[in-house]
Write a protein that binds this ligand. Structure first.
Ligand SMILES: N[C@@H](CCC(=O)N[C@@H](CS)C(=O)NCC(=O)O)C(=O)O
Length: 231
């Protein structure tokens, strides 16, 4: 009994002795929390810089993600010469925010989503579809740029393979259209389809489900507001 009382006294004294430190510790914790919070809000509140063009489907997807969160950003129009100086990939988009620099639409979108507490792709199937859309865009843009620079794309076996790849991807998208959602894969597909129409690269009439998806996408203000400018 005596030992129990002594023990209790001992515990009480120990609490008394350490409580100022605990108070201080709590105070420091709170301060650190406030500092972190204010750093985070100034990080979020600062203007992000997206380098690109108003026509690129990759840049458009980034703009859509930024608009979805009403993020403060500035699109800096960037030509070939500037992108060669501003990015090792010599392409647009690239992105700067405080000490962060990103060189590809995939990392930019991932950064934007994660900054707002979301994931870029919820499932592996969505990620796979997103990558397949990237493949189709890459091939279509390559053929577009090669043709612009004077290459006869119908006469070369590698460019023929690229054309075939595009057709096969479109057929795949058409067959998967029913499962499309307004997520990163669906957004990117809509950006791609609108771009091929804008540049008159492909005839989509044989893909009714893809035309329907594009029409559905137009209902989203961030898609409608980022349409390429009239040529
Ligand atoms: N994988 C890159 C592709 C970017 C890309 O191909 N951008 C095109 C514009 S739409 C470009 O800058 N092309 C110039 C070139 O290839 O020299 C991304 O997702 O950001």
């Amino acid at each position: 009994m005596i030992r129990a009382a002594a023990l209790l006294r001992c515990i009480r004294d120990a609490i008394k002795a350490t409580s100022p430190y605990w108070k201080n510790f709590k105070c420091m914790e709170l301060q650190a929390w406030h500092t972190a919070q204010s750093h985070f809000s100034s990080f979020l509140g600062a203007t992000m810089h997206l380098y690109g063009s108003y026509t690129s489907p990759f840049v458009r997807h980034c703009r859509i993600a930024l608009l979805q969160y009403q993020a403060k950003f500035k699109l800096i129009e960037t030509d070939y010469q500037q992108s060669a100086a501003g990015s090792a990939a010599m392409r647009v988009p690239y992105f700067e925010h405080q000490d962060i620099k990103l060189h590809d639409s995939m990392s930019i979108i991932r950064f934007i989503r994660e900054l707002h507490g979301h994931r870029m792709c919820e499932t592996t199937a969505e990620y796979d579809l997103l990558l397949l859309v990237n493949t189709a865009i890459d091939s279509t843009i390559n053929l577009f740029l090669l043709e612009k620079s004077g290459v006869d794309i119908a006469a070369n076996s590698y460019t023929q393979r690229q054309s075939q790849r595009i057709q096969q991807c479109l057929e795949h998208f058409e067959s998967a259209a029913e499962q499309l959602k307004w997520n990163d894969a669906g957004i990117r597909l809509a950006c791609y389809l609108d771009w091929v129409q804008y540049r008159q690269r492909l005839d989509l009439r044989q893909y009714p489900a893809l035309i329907a998806w594009l029409e559905q996408a137009q209902q989203y203000p961030e898609f409608a507001d980022t349409a390429p400018p009239a040529a």
